[in-house]
Design a protein around this ligand. Structure first.
Ligand code: NAP
Length: 457
């Protein structure tokens, strides 16, 4: 029997589209075609690739409303956030078009040879296993550097955003890329193993949950293929006594509710020193309760539905369990049954050690406030997490903030007096349970290249 893959509109439960899962024979044939194309693509020069990548940026900008509409339909992203996401995708395309040659320029090394240098050569077909939460951005931040480095890509996107996956494939063709340099495989996660093991697939990058990361990493390790993992986070935001509380709460609320609360780098745990905790709670209630929840297609909406009903139910279970274990709910904490996957913006305070809101990733619009007696304890709580993706510190003493951000916090990035966001110019990735490897910047494009020494006597 052929399996079906469905996109369901999370705002109303209606089926958007149904796709037939590809058979093993089809995926093998596609990977063969992509590899065949790569054999020519690897020898193209940077100017040629850059021209096409700038075209991709133009195509993205031209169709930004259409793509935002598709994301809203498939995973509930608010339209205005969808448009911003596509603009950011165009930026990453332009950024790598402009900088790839510089990032991958050969480096001369002084040895006893007549000429010795380090060269950065493409490795071949790279598999990207991607999540639904930023359906275009997650893919483009992989694809732009990968293609500019001379690699080819195959995409296994999250099953609920297959329409976005196919739109990205067409976008590259419209930009003038060879048809087979970037292809989508419509397969379930159970088929990822055989794709990784395919002889033409040279490496894999996964953005997603911890269980998916563990599985992909072990399969890739067994096949001796490189992997990059961008996994979950429970980003701590430390609010110190000398913080500008109004500014801190406004940024914390915005970060917590971006993408309907479903971002790996949203603020999730708010670790507040005791002297300002009550004032911070009041401000968080003010900023989170004024966000408008509703139809993602309406221009006034700030928070849409979560991406799937099962994810909403899982989040509610984490909230209920945390309350049972001693947290107090000071905002939200509820949803309406049978009215889509909406979950009201929620604040839990006095979150207790051992409860889900303290240790697990809450992937929805729920803020967890934890009290700390001072800076030292706040840092200890921040670092006590399994995760280490992003973090932030709020203090009006910038030198203090910089010291904590640089030396004290165990995370892939730490912002001071602002919320964490990804940026093509800065490396992005985590430590500890948040994964390994880096995307974006010069570091990202060097993940999937052969760093080759050439020595001429
Ligand atoms: P997910 O369930 O892990 O899915 C991510 C991708 O992995 C999907 O394509 C999924 O396919 C596939 N997948 C799932 N289980 C797999 C397995 N055992 N083997 C191979 N592939 C598997 O994650 P999600 O719910 O879509 O996304 C949310 C998670 O991603 C959160 O934890 C979030 O923090 C994390 N995330 C991290 C970053 C980052 O940059 N660090 C960015 C965004 C999101 P199916 O859809 O077919 O199951």
């Amino acid at each position: 029997m052929t399996a079906q893959i469905e996109s369901i509109n999370p705002a109303n439960g209606n089926t958007v589209a149904t796709y037939t899962e590809m058979k093993v024979k089809e995926t093998k044939a596609i990977i063969n075609e992509v590899n065949q194309e790569w054999l020519s693509w690897r020898h193209t020069d940077f100017d040629h690739r850059a021209k096409l990548m700038h075209n991709a940026a133009s195509v993205l900008r031209r169709h930004k409303e259409k793509y935002a509409h598709l994301m809203a339909l498939e995973m509930g992203k608010v339209l205005k956030e969808g448009v911003s996401e596509i603009e950011k995708c165009a930026w990453v395309c332009d950024y790598y078009a402009d900088n790839a040659a510089r990032f991958l320029k050969s480096e001369e090394v002084d040895t006893e040879a007549t000429h010795s240098f380090v060269s950065f050569q493409p490795i071949g077909v790279v598999l990207a296993v991607m999540p639904w939460n930023f359906p275009f951005w997650q893919v483009l931040r992989f694809a732009a550097p990968a293609l500019m480095a001379g690699n080819a890509g195959v995409l296994k996107h999250a099953s609920n955003v297959t329409g976005c996956a196919l739109a990205i494939e067409s976008m590259f063709v419209e930009a003038g890329f060879p048809k087979n340099i970037f292809r989508t495989l419509i397969v379930s996660s159970a088929k990822v193993e055989e794709v990784i093991k395919n002889e033409h697939v040279k490496a894999v990058t996964l953005t997603g949950s911890t269980p998916a990361g563990k599985s992909v990493a072990s399969i890739a390790g067994g096949a001796l293929k490189k992997s990059v993992l961008e996994l979950g986070g429970s980003d701590p935001y430390i609010i110190l006594k000398d913080a500008d509380l109004e500014q801190a709460a406004s940024k914390c609320a915005t970060s917590r509710l971006i993408n309907n609360g479903q971002s790996c780098i949203s603020a999730k745990r708010f670790i507040v020193v005791k002297e300002v905790k009550e004032a911070f709670e009041k401000l968080m209630i003010k900023y989170m309760s004024t966000k408008v929840m509703g139809d993602p297609f309406e221009s006034g909406t700030d928070v849409g539905p979560m991406a799937r009903v099962d994810l909403r139910d899982e989040l509610h279970h984490q909230v209920e369990k945390s309350i049972e274990m001693g947290a107090t709910c000071i905002l939200g904490g509820h949803f309406e049954k049978d009215k889509g996957a909406y979950y009201s913006p929620t604040i839990l305070t006095d979150v207790k050690w051992g409860s889900p809101a303290y240790h697990e990733e809450l992937f929805g619009p729920v803020a967890s406030i934890i009290e700390a007696s001072n800076e030292k304890e706040a840092i200890e709580i921040a670092n006590s997490s399994f995760f280490g993706l992003g973090a932030a510190v709020f203090t009006q003493d910038k030198a203090r903030g910089e010291r904590i951000a640089e030396k004290e916090i165990d995370a892939g990035c730490c912002f001071v007096n602002d919320f964490v966001r990804s940026d093509p110019r800065l490396p992005f990735g985590g430590v500890k349970g948040s994964g390994y490897g880096r995307e974006l910047s010069a570091f990202g494009i060097r993940e999937f290249v052969n760093i080759k020494s050439v020595y001429v006597k």
